[in-house]
Structure formats: structure tokens, C-alpha cells
Design a protein around this ligand. Structure first.
Ligand SMILES: [Zn+2]
Length: 78
């Protein structure tokens, strides 16, 4: 029989988008996103966060470049 006392979850972070909890008993990270919950080992969660941060940084860089480019690809018709 599994004791729920050993599987107490602590909220690591929460926002309107998602909530992240970690179980003290088994060290599993629970990511609640809308109606979906995905569970990760600590190592898999760290890897996911690293990948997401890299993707966000790349997206931000691409958005900055796009915002600096003149509209119409820089070709002007007079
Ligand atoms: Zn647990």
C-alpha cells in the first residue's frame, strides 16, 4: 500500500499558464498545463527546461531581427 504521507508535493512555481510541483517522496516533477499533467524525473525536467530556455532565447532573437527589418523586405517601389 502506498502512503500518501511519503508523496507530499510542494509547489515550485505557479502562473496562469501552468503549475509545477515536486514530490518530496519520489522526486518526480509534476507539470500541470490546463487539463494535462506531465510527470518528469528531476533530470528530465532539468533537460526540458534547458531546451525550452534555448528555444525561447532563439525565438526572441529571431523576433528582434524581424522587428528591426523594414517592412516589405527592404525593397521600396517609388
Ligand atoms: Zn511521489
Amino acid at each position: 500500500m502506498i502512503s500518501h504521507d511519503l508523496h507530499r508535493r510542494e509547489i515550485l512555481a505557479a502562473s496562469e499558464a501552468c503549475t509545477v510541483e515536486r514530490c518530496d517522496g519520489c522526486c518526480i516533477v509534476h507539470v500541470h498545463f490546463g487539463a494535462a499533467t506531465v510527470r518528469f524525473t528531476s533530470e528530465a525536467f532539468a533537460a526540458l527546461c534547458g531546451t525550452l530556455n534555448s528555444a525561447l532565447a532563439r525565438q526572441d532573437a529571431k523576433d528582434r531581427v524581424r522587428a528591426e527589418q523594414p517592412r516589405g523586405g527592404g525593397i521600396r517601389f517609388q
